[in-house]
Write a protein that binds this ligand. Structure first.
Ligand SMILES: *Cc1c(COP(=O)(O)O)cnc(C)c1O
Length: 240
C-alpha cells in the first residue's frame, strides 16, 4: 500500500461509526436503515480518499467544486464510483458539470436548468439532478426560495434531458449549537413538507431528499432524509 492510501486506513472504522449513527437515527424514527444512503464528501481530499470510498463499497462521492471534482475523478482509479456535484454551480461551468458528474444536486435556477438541459442534450445523455432549496431561509446559502420551488420544478420536468430525483438542502448555522439544532429541524421539516406537497400537486414521486451532514444527520433522518452527505465524520477536519 502507498503512503497516500495509508492516510485513509481508518476510513472503514469511520464509516462503520457513521453507519451506527444512521442506524440509531433510523431506529429512533422507525425507519429502515437501507432507505438512507451515505454520500461520502471528498472535497479538499485527494483521489486516494475517493478510492477508499470505492473500496468500502459505497456508490458515490460528493464534491462541491466543479474543477476540483473533474480533476480528482481523472486521477482516481475507481471506475465504478459515481460523482455528484453538491456545491454551488456557476452558469459558465454548467456544461463541464454535465459532462463530468453523474448527478448535480445544486440546481437552483431556471437558467441552470436550461444550461444543464442543453448540455445534456448535446452530450446525448440523461442527467439526473436534485433541486437545491433554501429551506431554512438562510441569507448566506444558495438554493431556490421555498415559494419558487413549484415553478422551478415545472421548468425542470419540462427538460427532456434532465431527470429530477428529488430535493436537496443545507441547514443554516445558528449562533449557538442549540439554535443550529433548531434551524436544522425546521429546515429539514420544511424540505420534507415541500417534497410531499410538490409530489402530490404535480404527481411526481420526487423520492430523493438529500439533507443532513456530519453535525445534523440525526435530525435529517428524523425528517425523512434519504441521502446524508458526510465529510468530516468520514475524513476528519478540512483545512479549507
Ligand atoms: C462539505 C459539505 C458537506 C459535508 O459536510 P460535513 O459537515 O463535513 O459532513 C455536505 N454538503 C455540502 C453541500 C457540503 O459542501
Amino acid at each position: 500500500m502507498s503512503a497516500l492510501s495509508d492516510l485513509y486506513a481508518d476510513f472503514p472504522a469511520r464509516l462503520s461509526a457513521v453507519r451506527d449513527r444512521v442506524a440509531a437515527a433510523c431506529h429512533a424514527a422507525g425507519r429502515d436503515p437501507a432507505t438512507v444512503e451515505i454520500l461520502a464528501v471528498t472535497k479538499t481530499h485527494p483521489p486516494a480518499a475517493a478510492e477508499a470510498v470505492a473500496r468500502a463499497g459505497l456508490r458515490a462521492v460528493g464534491e462541491n467544486r466543479v474543477q476540483e471534482g473533474v480533476a480528482k475523478r481523472a486521477g482516481c482509479a475507481a471506475p465504478a464510483l459515481a460523482w455528484e456535484l453538491i456545491g454551488h454551480l456557476q452558469s459558465n461551468k454548467a456544461a463541464l458539470a454535465a459532462a463530468h458528474f453523474d448527478r448535480v444536486q445544486s440546481v437552483d435556477s431556471d437558467k441552470l436548468l436550461q444550461l444543464l438541459g442543453r448540455a445534456a442534450a448535446a452530450q446525448g445523455k440523461l442527467l439526473p439532478i436534485l433541486l437545491q432549496i433554501n429551506a431554512g431561509d438562510d441569507p448566506a446559502k444558495f438554493g431556490a426560495d421555498l415559494a419558487d420551488a413549484p415553478r422551478l420544478l415545472e421548468t425542470a420536468l419540462a427538460q427532456k434531458n434532465l431527470r429530477v430525483d428529488g430535493l436537496m438542502t443545507i441547514a443554516p448555522l445558528g449562533p449557538s449549537p442549540a439554535e443550529t439544532a433548531m434551524h436544522a429541524a425546521r429546515t429539514f421539516a420544511n424540505l420534507r413538507n415541500l417534497r410531499d406537497d410538490l409530489a402530490a400537486r404535480l404527481g411526481v414521486p420526487l423520492h430523493g431528499l438529500s439533507m443532513g451532514m456530519s453535525g445534523d444527520l440525526e435530525a435529517a433522518i428524523a425528517a425523512g432524509s434519504t441521502l446524508v452527505r458526510i465529510g468530516t465524520a468520514l475524513f476528519g477536519g478540512r483545512a479549507s
